[in-house]
Ligand binder design. Structure first.
Ligand SMILES: [Zn+2]
Ligand SMILES: [Zn+2]
Length: 278
């Protein structure tokens, strides 16, 4: 196989800095927030409680946007949300760097359909830890929306793709308005880097079981990733989720904390969520 054909089939063989042509700016974004986060941590290692708690609050809303809005409601249709609640959750997911909903949902359905095979978008089995953790995001050709999420081809979802860039620019800088330079770094790049890795553990560590044969399920539960993911705590029961992907509940025991599920139950009690699949 020629070098280019090999790279097309096995993009993890590319050097880490070679982005897919459609995802070049995603790679620049990932590098940029890491550089800014390091600068922020050097300049403001201890930002004070108000800045820290504000950054945590925005991260919590973003976590809910991803786990309840993107993952359970839109990707798996495990719950039907009130359209206003749905749009608010999408806003916080985009603001938290999770990307446009149609891109996320196409990639995620592709992942479930092909998980643990060579066609998996983010398999650590083939590409290793860093491929599954970060590189696939900008080196894998974007999953086709027509193929994977024709139900997302509505203006109320696709418009977020055009809003994404300005929202991320605001997300990076808005903390300055409230807390000055410490706020700019902590509510911006440091929060975005923290949430990026919290989310990416699902693709990397929660599928990292070296030595399994091709096609054998590698998804697993890891308890300590839960608190790290703040309100996306529940995504760490990824083995449970792969065994019953249509369920809106990711826990199987009372002690398996699943904040997304508790929020869905609360929304159902308020009449803001229906068709909940337990
Ligand atoms: Zn998975
Ligand atoms: Zn899923």
């Amino acid at each position: 196989m020629s070098r280019s054909a090999l790279a097309e089939k096995h993009p993890w063989t590319l050097p880490w800095w070679k982005a897919d042509s459609d995802n070049f700016w995603t790679m620049i974004y990932i590098v940029m927030i890491h550089v800014m986060a390091v600068v922020g941590l050097v300049l403001f290692p201890l930002p004070g409680w108000s800045v820290f708690l504000a950054a945590l609050a925005v991260a919590c809303l973003g976590g809910l946007g991803t786990t309840v809005g993107y993952h359970r409601a839109l990707a798996h249709r495990a719950v039907k949300l009130n359209p206003v609640v749905e749009q608010i959750l999408v806003f916080f997911a985009v603001f938290n760097g999770s990307g446009a909903p149609s891109t996320w949902i196409a990639n995620h359905r592709n992942h479930h359909a092909n998980s643990d095979t060579i066609d998996d978008v983010s398999s650590p089995r083939h590409g290793g830890f860093w491929w599954a953790h970060l590189r696939w995001v900008y080196q894998w050709e974007a999953s086709s929306m027509q193929k994977w999420c024709p139900d997302m081809m509505h203006r109320r979802y696709t418009l977020w793709a055009s809003l994404q860039m300005p929202l991320i620019a605001i997300s990076l800088c808005f903390g300055y308005l409230f807390f000055g330079w410490a706020g700019l770094f902590w509510l911006g790049a440091i929060r975005l880097v923290y949430c990026l890795h919290g989310q990416m553990f699902v693709n990397s560590l929660l599928h990292l079981k070296p030595g399994l044969p091709e096609g054998v399920d590698s998804s697993q539960n890891i308890w300590w990733i839960g608190p790290f993911q703040v309100t996306a705590w529940g995504e760490n029961w990824h083995g449970n989720h792969h065994s019953r992907p249509a369920s809106a509940c990711f826990s199987r025991h009372w002690w398996q904390i699943d904040i997304g599920w508790y929020v869905i139950c609360g929304l159902r009690a308020l009449g803001l969520a229906t068709n909940v699949r337990p």
